[in-house]
Design a protein around this ligand. Structure first.
Ligand code: ADP
Ligand code: ZN
Length: 807
């Protein structure tokens, strides 16, 4: 059952059903008083349950299993390792269109017209939905007067008559590029000559036409309006005149991103060093299942992956290419698609229900289209049947870890187990490996291959630290910009090169503070200060979404003295408009990238050089490849370093090296300027010298000293309730029983830095499990303590989460 209960449930079936049903098929079953769920068959047996009377199933929904046995094994591992129910893993894995239940909301697909294809019952629902826009599955059962409507709803979904309400996706908007061509009638010489004669008096127009011919003969490709404008130096107005005169016509070509075309290119020829790295990886795979590939930024890791993928699909096996965040990595899709064309499928939670169901079935039936799966975190949960290779790109990225809701799994670690189940190989790639992966490589648990030359022998960017303490003292700062950074940006703009500026916070300035009484406005639901967003003149809570207009006076002392403190991406953007009024400025953060194609728009604009300076948060750091970026600026390194987390230094190192890696990826060496109050900080020194090994050594020492992963394993328990006293009593009880078993390995209970979110008070406990004790036993114990906690009726309403490897 797709529910957070550890148990499996037994239902009654007939003998005929028992010979038809197979493990992994879906059945509609009643649950509780009146609910209907889609459940999966786990086992078919002859033991009647003793604690309850088995109910009958409503209906069998499949002719064949929709999951594979290996997949089920993988889910089982997740459930055991991350201490969650198999049902939670199932719910996270199966697209919701395949998991209809009585509560699922359904509405009409606006685009559906062809009512002729519907049978009577289907038509009934189609009609009903014209009168009332949303129904749940139970209501539809009532309309039909049938106990079970799921098969009918499935067929309506297949026929595109209805959509599931929970997913209102932004409709797919293809990117349209405007092209220009000469009208058909001027294709013959005579007409053309007379045209040029006529245009003799209109110099500019004539120039536009002549430039068009030059472009046509040199590029032999469709000509963009933009290109014509740029090369001929005529205005859009002139071109419009020519269009009005019916000399030119404008047309658009859709650059479709979902349906993949045939392959267009052969794999790139590898350089000597790349070839060498590829051979070493293959050799490592002969001895090890897992190999860590430590290649500096722009060394061409992606091209090497492509070669590996080619070999594996030639051998008839499937490949999974895991990305930290697919929305950011449309670039990779485009790159791989050139080589592998329609053999690639993309799987991502932002894709629509039907797209996801399609990928699911393509994989299940081992279709050609699904030989390579490119996907984010959740694609480790899909029905693979014969994986040969998994690539985890940017393996150090935190977005591989799911924090909420359960299952709180790490996709990289799950992928390692998945690979083992398929006897496949797995490559973890990064320019800045996570401490835990490098640790495993050092201990020879993983193979290890390095590549420390950039493709084309471009040097790594030159990184300089700019001491802003000095500049502040000498009053030389201009807003948040040092003189040095301003002059570097100016140089880049003069050379028509692009700039990336990195600021690890969104919003205008995180905090508003009263200069009279020192109070900053707080969120009424959460224990945090509100963030100021200048664009809407609003204070917002980043945790619960609460917002209000910026008050004119301080809510505490009523003086008109509220002032902004700290700074975010939005304020940097504003300052740039003043500093570089000529430059085109863009911003990339959570606020500007909402919607399915939000990122894509900004990335394309930057790629097409419609933006000169791009300001952004860490989204900017993830594996993007821009050709024309010469300068990367980090506005403030200190707020990353001061973050209260045991991985703050490791992460700061990774972020800064990764963002620096966006500079100078083509021909010319890039520059990086990092502004800091503390230029002698060990991490900053290590970033400037690209000294991964010493960073690792220092961090590992600290982990030894203070007992953090990879030296121990962490399990975090979170309790939430709206009554503070209750959550406190519960946490104390839990703390005591955990300490009885794990002694001084238990930290807490404590209130986290943000101790109330959405009106729920929070308490946490942290358990540090030593690596040398059997982990299974410890987890069983934690599970047992959780069960006894939940059997105490006073605590039953407390929400309790367990997060294994919560970092
Ligand atoms: P990484 O993933 O290591 O940061 P990329 O694979 O993005 O590096 O490579 C950086 C740039 O160099 C890309 O634009 C890529 O196409 C180019 N490149 C890398 N290797 C080759 C090659 N062998 N031939 C041609 N171009 C290459
Ligand atoms: Zn809030």
């Amino acid at each position: 059952m797709p529910i957070p209960i550890q148990k499996l449930f037994t239902y009654k079936i007939t003998e005929a059903e028992s010979s038809y049903l197979k493990v992994g098929m879906r059945v509609a079953v009643p649950f509780g008083k009146s609910k209907i769920f889609t459940a999966l068959v786990y086992d078919i047996h002859q033991m009647a349950p003793t604690a309850y009377k088995a109910k009958e199933i409503h209906q069998i929904l499949d002719e064949l299993p929709i999951i594979t046995s290996r997949q089920l094994k993988n889910w089982q591992w997740i459930s055991d390792y991350y201490l969650c129910s198999l049902g939670e893993v199932m719910r996270a894995s199966i697209p919701s269109a395949l998991l209809l239940e009585s509560e699922t909301l359904i509405s009409l697909n606006e685009k559906f017209e062809n009512a002729k294809i519907l049978d009577n019952d289907e038509f009934l629902i189609f009609e009903a939905l014209q009168h009332k826009s949303v129904f749940n599955v139970s209501e539809i059962s009532k309309i039909l007067d049938k106990k079970n409507a799921l098969p009918l709803i499935n067929s309506l979904l297949e026929k595109d008559v209805i959509v599931l309400h929970e997913e209102i996706f932004e409709q797919y908007k293809p990117k349209l590029i405007k092209f220009i061509r000469l009208q058909e009638k001027y294709k013959n010489d005579k007409e053309l000559h007379s045209l040029l004669d006529v245009l003799n008096r209109a110099k500019k127009q004539r120039e536009a036409v002549l430039t068009y011919f030059t472009l046509e003969s040199t590029t032999k490709k469709p000509i963009k309006v933009k290109d014509l404008k740029n090369s001929s130096n005529v205005s859009g107005g002139i071109i419009n005149v020519l269009v009005d005169k019916e000399i030119f016509e404008i047309y658009t070509i859709q650059t479709d991103r979902i349906s993949f075309d045939k392959k267009t290119k052969e794999l790139k020829k590898l350089s000597m060093e790349q070839k060498d790295a590829l051979e070493k990886i293959k050799k490592s795979f002969q001895e090890q299942d897992v190999t860590l590939f430590h290649g500096i930024t722009s060394s061409g890791k992606t091209e090497i992956y492509a070669h590996l993928i080619q070999e594996v699909i030639n051998a008839g096996k499937q490949v999974l290419y895991l990305l930290p965040e697919i929305a950011l990595t449309t670039q990779i899709i485009t790159r791989l698609q050139q080589f592998f064309g329609d053999k690639i499928s993309v799987f991502h939670s932002k894709y629509s229900i039907n797209e996801r169901v399609e990928v699911w079935y393509n994989l299940l039936h081992q279709e050609n289209k699904a030989q390579i799966i490119l996907g984010a975190r959740s694609s480790v949960l899909l029905p693979y049947s014969n994986l040969g290779l998994i690539i985890v790109d940017e393996e150090h990225e935190t977005s591989f870890k799911q924090f909420d809701p359960s299952p709180r799994y790490h996709a990289r670690d799950t992928a390692i187990v998945l690979a083992k189940q398929h006897q496949a190989k797995i490559l973890l790639g990064s320019a800045t490996p996570s401490v835990e992966s490098f640790y495993n490589a050092k201990n020879r648990k993983y193979g290890y291959v390095t590549l420390d030359r950039r493709f084309g022998d471009i040097l790594l960017p030159k990184i300089e630290l700019v001491d802003i303490k000095e500049e502040h003292r000498k009053k030389k700062m201009n807003g948040h910009f040092s003189e040095r950074l301003i002059s570097l940006i100016q140089d880049a703009l003069n050379e028509k090169e692009q700039v990336i500026l990195f600021q690890n916070r969104r919003g205008y300035s995180p905090i508003v503070e009263c200069t009279s009484c020192g109070v900053s406005p707080q969120c009424p639901n959460c224990d945090v200060s509100l963030t100021f967003h200048k664009f809407r003149n609003e204070l917002r809570c980043h945790y619960c979404g609460f917002h209000r207009t910026l008050p004119k006076t301080c809510p505490a002392c009523e003086n008109p003295s509220l002032d902004t403190k700290g700074f975010g991406t939005e304020q940097i953007e504003m300052e740039l408009y003043d500093l570089f009024p000529e430059a085109k400025i863009g911003r990339m953060d959570l606020d500007t990238t909402r919607g399915k194609y939000g990122y894509q728009k900004i990335i394309s604009a930057f790629q097409d050089q419609e933006i000169d300076i791009l300001v952004g948060t860490q989204m900017l750091t993830k594996g993007l490849d821009f050709k024309n970026v010469i300068l990367v600026g980090v506005l403030n390194a200190d707020n990353m370093l001061n973050f209260p987390d045991f991985r703050a230094y490791e992460r700061s190192y990774q972020l800064m090296v990764q963002v620096s890696g966006r500079a100078g990826r083509n021909k010319k060496r890039g520059k990086v300027a990092i502004q800091t109050f503390n230029p002698f900080h060990q991490i900053l020194q290590q970033v400037t010298t690209n000294d991964y090994n010493n960073m690792f050594k220092d961090q590992l020492n600290e982990r030894h000293q203070f007992l953090y992963p990879p030296i121990v394993r962490l399990v975090k328990i979170t309790l939430k309730h709206k009554d503070f006293q209750k959550v406190k009593t519960g946490a104390d009880w839990l703390g005591t029983s955990l300490k009885n078993n794990f002694h001084n390995c238990v930290l807490g209970p404590t209130s986290p830095a943000i101790s109330r979110i959405r009106n729920q008070f929070i308490k946490t406990l942290l358990i540090k499990l030593p690596n040398d004790k059997p982990i299974k036993q410890s987890k069983d114990m934690i599970q047992k303590i959780k069960n006894s906690f939940q059997s105490i009726s006073h605590f039953r309403s407390i929400r309790l989460n367990i997060d294994v490897d919560n970092y």
